[in-house]
Design a protein around this ligand. Structure first.
Ligand code: ZN
Ligand code: ZN
Length: 339
C-alpha cells in the first residue's frame, strides 16, 4: 500500500502533505528540486486506490518542474514529456537526511579487517613452512667415530604370565583375572541446556520513496533472540570387566645380561674380543652366547661456521668416506646441527 509523503516549504518551513502542490500555510509552490520524506510526527495517511502510482515524477527540460508519470505534457509550461531531463531520482541533489550510508561503510571496514587478519594468518603459515624446511649444507670431513656393541645372553629360567601358555613352558598356576573392560549403557541423564532461538517479533515498517510524493509501505519481519531451556538426554556408561584365565608359568629362554662395547675415533672399527659362541645347541641354565649386535658410524665434519658436527652414516657409505671429503648434510635454517 502507498502512503503520502511530505515536503517542506522552503519559505515558511511548513511540512506539507505531498498531494498539495502549494504550501497550505503561505501558498508558495512546491520547489522543482523537492525531496519527499516521511514525517514521523505526522499520521500515516494511505493514498486512495484510484490515486496510487508507483512511477516517479519526470523533470521538464524546459522549466525544470516535476510532473506526474501519467502526464504527457508539463503541467506548468506544456513542454513534451519525451524531452524530459530524467526523473525525480536522477536529480543531482543528495537527500538531506539519509541515515543508512554510515552503517554500510562500517560493515565493509569490518570485512576488510577480517581479510587483513586472514592474510596475516596465511603469511605466518608460509613463514613457518619456510623456516622449518630443511636446507642442505656442505661440510668437510676431519675425522671419524664409531661405536660397536655385542649383547651377551644367558640361558635362564624366567617367570612369566600371559593369557596362553607358550610351547615349552611349565605351568605353575592359573587365575581368573580382568583382561579388558567393555562400555555398557548404565542409564540416561537428563540435563537442561539454554538454547538461543531466533523468533519473529512483529514487523518493521519501512517506506520506500516512489518519487511522486507517495511512499510504498514495506513490512519486513523483525526477529529477536529468545532463550529456551531444552532437555538433553545423555547416555551414561559404566565399565564392565571381562574376565579370562591368566596363566603363570616358568619358561627357559635366552636373556641379555650385559653388552661388550667398543668405540673409537678412527676409521678402523673393531668388535669386542670374545670367545662366546654365536649359538648353543641343547642349552642348559647358565650357558652364555653372543646376542644382538649394534653399531653406529659417524663422520666428524667442520661446518660452514668452522665448528665441529657429527653426522651418522650407514657402514657401507662410512667405509668409503675419506678425510678431506666434502659432504652434504641436511639441517634447519636456524640451526647448524645435522638432522
Ligand atoms: Zn509555506
Ligand atoms: Zn515545464
Amino acid at each position: 500500500m502507498n502512503v503520502w509523503g511530505y515536503w517542506k516549504c522552503p519559505y515558511c518551513g511548513e511540512v506539507v502533505r505531498a498531494d498539495h502542490k502549494d504550501c497550505t500555510k503561505c501558498g508558495a509552490s512546491i520547489p522543482n528540486d523537492v525531496k519527499f520524506f516521511m514525517d514521523t510526527d505526522k499520521p500515516v495517511e494511505y493514498v486512495d486506490e484510484a490515486q496510487e502510482s508507483d512511477e516517479a515524477n519526470w523533470l521538464c527540460s524546459f522549466c525544470r518542474s516535476q510532473n506526474p508519470a501519467e502526464k504527457d505534457h508539463c503541467e506548468n509550461c506544456g513542454a513534451k514529456r519525451s524531452d524530459a531531463l530524467g526523473d525525480y531520482f536522477s536529480k543531482p541533489e543528495k537527500p538531506t537526511n539519509e541515515p543508512e550510508a554510515p552503517a554500510k561503510k562500517k560493515l565493509s571496514s569490518k570485512a576488510r579487517k577480517r581479510l587483513i587478519l586472514l592474510g596475516a594468518v596465511i603469511l605466518a603459515i608460509l613463514f613457518f613452512v619456510w623456516l622449518f624446511k630443511p636446507v642442505t649444507r656442505t661440510g668437510e670431513i676431519t675425522g671419524f667415530e664409531w661405536e660397536r656393541s655385542i649383547g651377551v645372553e644367558e640361558y635362564q629360567r624366567v617367570k612369566e604370565s600371559g593369557w596362553s601358555v607358550p610351547g615349552g613352558a611349565e605351568l605353575v598356576s592359573s587365575n581368573r583375572e580382568i583382561r579388558s573392560y567393555r562400555q555398557v549403557l548404565d542409564h540416561y541423564e537428563y540435563k537442561t541446556k539454554r538454547v538461543a532461538k531466533r523468533v519473529q517479533d512483529g514487523y518493521k515498517v519501512e517506506y520506500k520513496d516512489l518519487g511522486n510524493g507517495q511512499f510504498k509501505e514495506v513490512k519486513k519481519p523483525k526477529y529477536k533472540t529468545v532463550y529456551e531451556n531444552e532437555r538433553v538426554k545423555t547416555p551414561v556408561y559404566r565399565q564392565e570387566p571381562i574376565y579370562d584365565t591368566k596363566y603363570y608359568y616358568n619358561i627357559d629362554k635366552w636373556k641379555q645380561i650385559k653388552t661388550l662395547d667398543t668405540s673409537g675415533s678412527d676409521h678402523e672399527p673393531k668388535w669386542a674380543e670374545t670367545d662366546l659362541p654365536t649359538s648353543v645347541s641343547a642349552p642348559k641354565y647358565g650357558d652364555k652366547r653372543q646376542g644382538a649386535k649394534t653399531e653406529k658410524y659417524y663422520a666428524v665434519i667442520k661446518d660452514h661456521n668452522g665448528s665441529t658436527q657429527k653426522i651418522e652414516y650407514g657402514f657401507a657409505e662410512w667405509e668409503n668416506l675419506k678425510t678431506g671429503d666434502k659432504v652434504e648434510y641436511k639441517t634447519l635454517r636456524f640451526s647448524d646441527d645435522p638432522l
